[in-house]
Design a protein around this ligand. Sequence first.
Ligand code: PEP
Ligand code: MN
Length: 317
Amino acid sequence: MVMYIRHRPSCVQKTTVQARNETVADNVNARWNGQFSCYDLVAKTLARLRTIVQVGDIAIGGDEFVVMAGPCAVESERQVLDTAESVAKAGARILRGGAYKPRSSPYSFQGMGVEGLKILSKARDLTGLAIITEVMSEMDVDVVAEYADIMQVGARSMENFSLLERLGTCGRPVLLKRGMTATLEDLLRSAQLIAASGNPDVILCERGIRTFETATRNTFDVAAVPVLKTVCHLPVIVDPSHAAGVRSLVPVLARAGVVVGADGLLVEVHPQPDKAASDGEQSLTFAQFDSMMLDLEPYINLRPTADRLYAAAGGLD
Ligand code: PEP
Ligand code: MN
């Protein structure tokens, strides 16, 4: 009988491997050093201030503010192609769309699987947009990596450690969403695991956390962005759609994300949100996405100022 021994990368254990004063976290807040500096592959140090994740000609974590938009789920070729064309025209660089869907009910639409991946890939060919799509299981990593440019790990999978380890060798950047009840430390532990498993190209995503508040689907943790940008060198984006749960709040939360220094957005857009198979209430129409992009423009142009604000708070430079 063959025995398999699973190896966990040793650096995932919580030991402070950075000397004090070596991490930016320690220079800003001594307590953060203890909390975050042990994740040595992702912790921001003076020698490693930022990581730029390159996806074709798109640099995530650099000077460009990168918008990823599209439906919650891939439902049909027409739906995806129309959305891709519309969001590309409005300035999005990356098309989102779930082919494998984690649903709260086993009776809800579960996604189109490989057929959905093929539709996304056709949309990339037609529009030049890169593709981001969720991978839920280790078993699907190879097939998703064949079609996707970025592998999305959903909030419910943030602590699926065997999936994260497997993504270490998938050959694609990973967008890691914050779990619904995960602390920022938990999020960085998962990011460290992907990096320690061989993949340094990780993008973090704040998508709202579960609190006692019920007016919104989740509570958008706006402070997560400057904290993560201070203690970690990875790009950080925000997902205002899953944070809000209602489309009327999406543009203003997106604006907040830009102002606090996010590197990009992940937004749900649907040709007919009322007919969407999932997350229609929080999906923007094409026209609403267009006006959100126009509304964001002056805030995006102010981003260097946001960086300076950061520096004033001790976060950068
Ligand atoms: C999604 O992006 O459609 C999704 C399922 O998001 P989350 O994992 O953040 O709930
Ligand atoms: Mn969704």
